[in-house]
Design a protein around this ligand. Structure first.
Ligand SMILES: Cc1ncc(COP(=O)(O)OP(=O)(O)O)c(N)n1
Ligand SMILES: Cc1ncsc1CCOP(=O)(O)O
Ligand SMILES: [Mg+2]
Length: 210
């Protein structure tokens, strides 16, 4: 079967008990293809992030799923993550690349800006992320993204683009149709009423049929 053109990119819930979450994660990853997981824990100690990475790395790697560290290329290196995601206020892309080396996967937040995305892509980013597309309770949103930005990006760049922000099964289709290579999701997977595995299945069914 050929690979579908849009894939699911998961981020961890904002707060986790690493050992308990490792079980939810295993169930989610076993439910269908997931391209990548990002470990995103804000306002916790480095030790907590390291403990979480230790618990989640084997779950991801046993299933061939790369684990990216949010914000902290230094901790990505220390814990053996496969890469990092950096925002415009975080470690600059070039420094992240120097820290992690050529093989690492590094993504960059570009809000709604083709200009930022071109800078990131020219510098060597593995993907550019646009968002937030829809209202979200996960993060206070300053930058809102338009679906046309995905279309514009997809029309001329071969660097993959990620769509993020309030994405759920009911609002995802236009993002897929606009050319998003990845849908990045938190709430609609981890808080799905039927559980994360059902959510992963439903996203994959939607992406396969769009
Ligand atoms: C895939 C992806 N896209 C965007 C973000 C947001 O990054 P940033 O703007 O640095 O905000 P925080 O996530 O650090 O609060 C992301 N993490 N992942
Ligand atoms: C980290 C981040 N960056 C832009 S929106 C967002 C949160 C996405 O979470 P959710 O899928 O719960 O809306
Ligand atoms: Mg950040």
């Amino acid at each position: 079967m050929s690979k579908q053109s849009c894939e699911l990119y998961l981020i961890t819930p904002p707060k986790i008990d690493p050992d308990a979450f490792a079980e939810d994660l295993a169930a989610a990853l076993d439910a269908g293809p997931v391209a990548c997981l990002q470990l995103r824990l804000k306002e916790v100690s480095d030790d907590e992030i390291k403990r979480a990475a230790e618990a989640l790395l084997p779950v991801c790697h046993e299933r061939g799923v790369p684990l990216l560290m949010n914000d902290r290329p230094d901790l990505a290196l220390l814990t053996g993550c496969d890469g990092a995601h950096v925002g415009q206020q975080d470690t600059p892309y070039e420094e992240a690349r120097r820290t992690l080396g050529d093989e690492a996967m590094i993504g960059v937040t570009c809000h709604n800006s083709i200009h930022l995305a071109m800078e990131a892509a020219e510098a060597g980013a593995d993907y550019v992320a646009f968002g937030a597309f829809y209202p979200t309770e996960t993060k206070e949103i300053i930058h809102h993204a338009e679906i046309e930005t995905l279309e514009t990006w997809a029309s001329f760049s071969t660097v993959p683009c990620v769509a993020i922000g309030g994405i759920n099964h009911d609002n995802a289709k236009p993002l897929i149709e606009a050319g998003a290579d990845f849908l990045c999701v938190i709430t609609a997977v981890w808080k799905h009423p039927e559980g994360p595995a059902a959510a992963v299945k439903a996203f994959n069914a939607l992406m396969a049929s769009t």
